[in-house]
Design a protein around this ligand. Structure first.
Ligand code: PEP
Ligand code: MG
Length: 757
């Protein structure tokens, strides 16, 4: 048994390890020396490292004390034996009599039967288990708390070695380490399409490279200072008057505050510093330990708190390292797939479109604005991709499959090949849709359906001739405001709209007046925090209270449409009086322009969006007042069902093709027929062949959708007998004792009639 070196504490050990890490050694040699060093320092007869492979097996990579022949031979499955138990639970095991433990498994080749006491800790990185580090002694003893802590700290150094890829060189051919394990995540397809590329974490993790401290006391002070600033910033946020007294936002901040003042957290970080780590490495270690334990929880509430804790620890890391960078711009791969827990629409627009191949969201919902923007940009989106951010590292290869809602991280070559084939097939299908470009969208029974596309950016415009759309049914003008860093001036707006009209080349464009507020955040426009932004000060409400903003836009639109037709519509109308108010402003602008000798539009078509249920009981007044009505089904659905469109947990709960919503839509169609008011629908439901089919069955003769949907929707309607569907659908909606969900009925109708949906 080695002599106990009384001066040798964890700090000495870490210093020696640092020297070893810096030496030019081959990986096996380095690992061998590391275990020897740990054994001698901890007065243990045995020290072993097990590394987790991608096949879920823990393989002995180095040992001091056990039979050297067992290295790269001894194996335990995840959950098997003591080592497998530690890896599976991500918790240390400290045993004075290892063989008495029920999980103990005897590996004859190691010769470990003479060792009684056993201490094993998980090797963790960002909460993921990469392996297990073990020390053993012949004598029966329980390791002290500071020894457990020291071994955990040492494990971080080994984690670093695994993460840098150094151990790959001594991994058996054909096998891989778990860190590079291929993973498939099942989420929901929010926008179809396939993307092959590389991961960009929207909120990149701070990579701590400086692990070992020179002076513990100064590191403890750095930690205390960073914690101080963190607490002040949280207290500040909480004391702001615009943070309401109740609600989710406050709840999250309260949780942050609870963590930030948690003495246990602080104590564990200080302990890690006293064991030799820098302040940032200590934050990371405790974060990783806590995360590893919390990741195994099944309670959704507690798992959510894990995200809060993780965010807080990241904030602290950023305080300590001064790191705040996003991955936008330099260093961004040309085929980026963005991974985010959640993201605002404006943040997505910050990324250069030509480098984006996909977007992965852990949260989000199909009609949230970030998804709509992604759809406008034509990038595949997978939402509800649980755990994706934690499993991915910047630069990992990835495949996003927006059709099936799948995500493949670090795909093996077979999967990659299969997808390359899928991409080819898809291209062929697109080719077939393109061939339909010049075919008139007329149903089998002769109904001409107007297929329009949605747009909002100049990059969308080439899609108009490519898709063969009849025009732009919804031009979201707020997108120009969302990508600008300052409020676009009158001249800029005018030039922009003029450009849009020119590129539309005679096809109609319906401009929607600014729809900002809610989740459409414009950075230079300071809105107040609101408890319920979707029901808040947004769109037309905001425009009427800030008439300067709206008048500038109206003037720009009028000037850009000189001698042409101007079609414009108002978002989020709740009362007919709002339309009068905007008409008055428009009249003033017309007078102003004619006074100064400007040419005016040849024709003005003024419409309203139907998105607020209150309009359902003003349909006749509304239709008497406007030239056309466009249903915003995304908002109308969220308000009708009282289900936040950005929150999949509630929005996916109800079906847009369910009876209540279809009845609402049918009432609108009937009112439009009664009033002879042109009607269209421009929400996301217009772009799905099955729901577009339902809309035609209800009587819609005009729909507006993302340009990539034009082909599939046209292919659907060419085989549709609209009158027959109307009959079937009306019967189903009038049925007072319905047996079959309407979605099923529609799917069956399509299948029986050979309609591609
Ligand atoms: C809608 O609400 O359906 C709509 C088209 O508008 P937006 O998605 O921009 O809110
Ligand atoms: Mg809307």
């Amino acid at each position: 048994m080695p002599m106990r070196d009384l001066s040798a504490g964890p700090r000495v050990l870490l210093r020696r390890l640092r020297e070893l890490m810096a030496e030019p050694l081959d990986p096996q040699e380095r690992l061998d020396r590391i275990v020897r060093q740990i054994a001698s320092n901890m007065v243990a007869e045995v020290c072993s490292v097990y590394v987790l492979r991608s096949d879920g097996v823990l393989e002995l990579y180095a040992t001091e004390g056990l039979n050297p022949e067992a290295v790269h031979l001894s194996q335990l499955k995840m959950g098997q034996g003591l080592v497998g138990t530690i890896a599976a639970s991500a918790q240390p095991l400290n045993l004075s009599d290892a063989q008495a433990h029920p999980a103990f498994r005897y590996l004859p080749e190691t010769g470990e039967e003479i060792y009684h006491s056993f201490l094993g800790v998980p090797i963790l990185r960002a909460g993921r288990t990469l392996g297990v580090l073990v020390v053993q002694n012949k004598a029966s003893r329980t390791y002290r708390e500071d020894e457990v802590e020291a071994l955990e700290t040492t494990a971080m150094v080994i984690a670093e070695m695994i993460a840098t890829g150094e151990l790959k060189k001594i991994t058996k051919p054909g096998l891989e380490l778990d860190l590079t394990r291929p993973v498939t995540i099942e989420g929901d397809g929010y926008n179809e399409g396939l993307g092959l590329g590389h991961v960009i974490l929207h909120e990149p993790r701070v990579v701590v490279t400086n692990l070992l401290n020179e002076d513990a006391e100064s590191e403890v002070r750095r930690l205390a200072e960073a914690l101080g600033s963190l607490r002040i910033s949280i207290d500040d946020m909480l004391s702001r008057r615009d943070v309401a007294t109740e609600g989710e936002h406050r709840e999250v901040l309260e949780t942050y505050r609870m963590f930030a003042y948690d003495q246990g957290w602080v104590r564990r970080m200080e302990e890690a510093i006293h064991n030799g780590l820098t302040a940032e490495a200590a934050v990371e270690k405790v974060q990783s330990d806590t995360k590893a334990r919390m990741m195994r929880l099944t309670d959704p509430y507690l798992r959510e708190r894990m995200h809060d804790f993780d965010d807080l620890a990241n904030r602290l890391l950023r305080q300590l390292t001064g790191f705040s960078g996003r991955s936008i711009g330099e260093g961004m791969p040309a085929d980026a797939i963005i991974f985010a827990r959640a993201m605002g629409a404006a943040e997505l627009l910050d990324y250069p479109r030509e480098r984006l191949r996909g977007l992965v969201l852990e949260d989000g919902a199909v009609t949230s604005h970030v998804v709509i923007v992604a759809r406008a940009m034509g990038i595949p989106v997978v939402g509800q991709a649980v755990g994706a951010v934690a499993l991915a590292e910047n630069g990992d290869a990835a495949i996003i499959d927006g059709d099936d809602g799948q995500l493949h991280l670090r795909p093996v070559s077979d999967v990659l090949k299969a997808y390359e084939e899928k991409v080819r097939l898809r291209a062929r299908r697109q080719e077939q849709f393109r061939a339909l470009r010049d075919v008139d969208p007329v149903t089998k029974d002769g109904k001409r359906i107007s297929l329009m596309m949605n747009a909002g950016l100049i990059v969308d415009l080439p899609h108009l001739p490519e898709s063969g759309a009849d025009g732009i049914g919804l031009f979201r003008t707020e997108l120009q405001f969302m990508i600008a860093s300052t409020m676009p001036k009158l001249e800029e707006q005018e030039a922009f709209y003029r450009n849009v009209i020119r590129q539309a080349d005679g096809l109609p464009v319906t401009f929607r007046a600014l729809d900002i507020g809610g989740d459409k955040v414009v950075s230079y426009f300071r809105a107040h925090e609101e408890e319920n932004p979707a029901l808040g000060w947004r769109a037309i409400r905001l425009s009427l209270d800030r008439p300067g903003l709206l008048r500038t836009q109206l003037r720009a639109l009028l000037r850009a449409s000189a001698d042409a037709e101007l079609r414009m519509m108002l978002p989020m109308v709740t009362e007919v009086a709002e339309i009068h108010a905007v008409r008055d402003l428009l009249q003033k602008e017309v007078q102003h322009l004619s006074k100064f000798g400007h040419s005016l539009p040849r024709k003005l078509q003024f419409g309203a969006m139907l998105e607020v249920p209150a309009l359902m009981w003003q349909l006749d007044e509304l239709m008497a007042e406007v030239d056309f009505v466009s249903v915003g089904s995304n908002d109308l659905f969220q308000f009708s069902m009282a289900a936040d469109r950005g929150n999949a947990r509630v929005s996916d709960r109800f079906d847009m093709l369910g009876r209540p919503f279809l009845r609402i839509l049918r009432d609108i169609v009937r009112a439009a027929e009664r009033n002879k008011t042109p009607l269209t629908l421009c929400g996301e439901m217009a772009g799905k062949p099955l729901s577009a089919m339902a809309l035609i069955g209800l009587g819609f003769r005009s729909v507006s959708m993302a340009p990539t949907s034009i082909g599939p929707v046209k292919a659907m309607l060419l085989s549709l007998d609209a009158d027959r569907l109307t009959e079937t659908l009306n019967a189903a909606l009038d049925d007072r004792q319905p047996r079959e969900p309407v979605r099923e009925l529609l799917t069956r109708f399509a299948a029986e009639n050979g309609i591609p949906v």
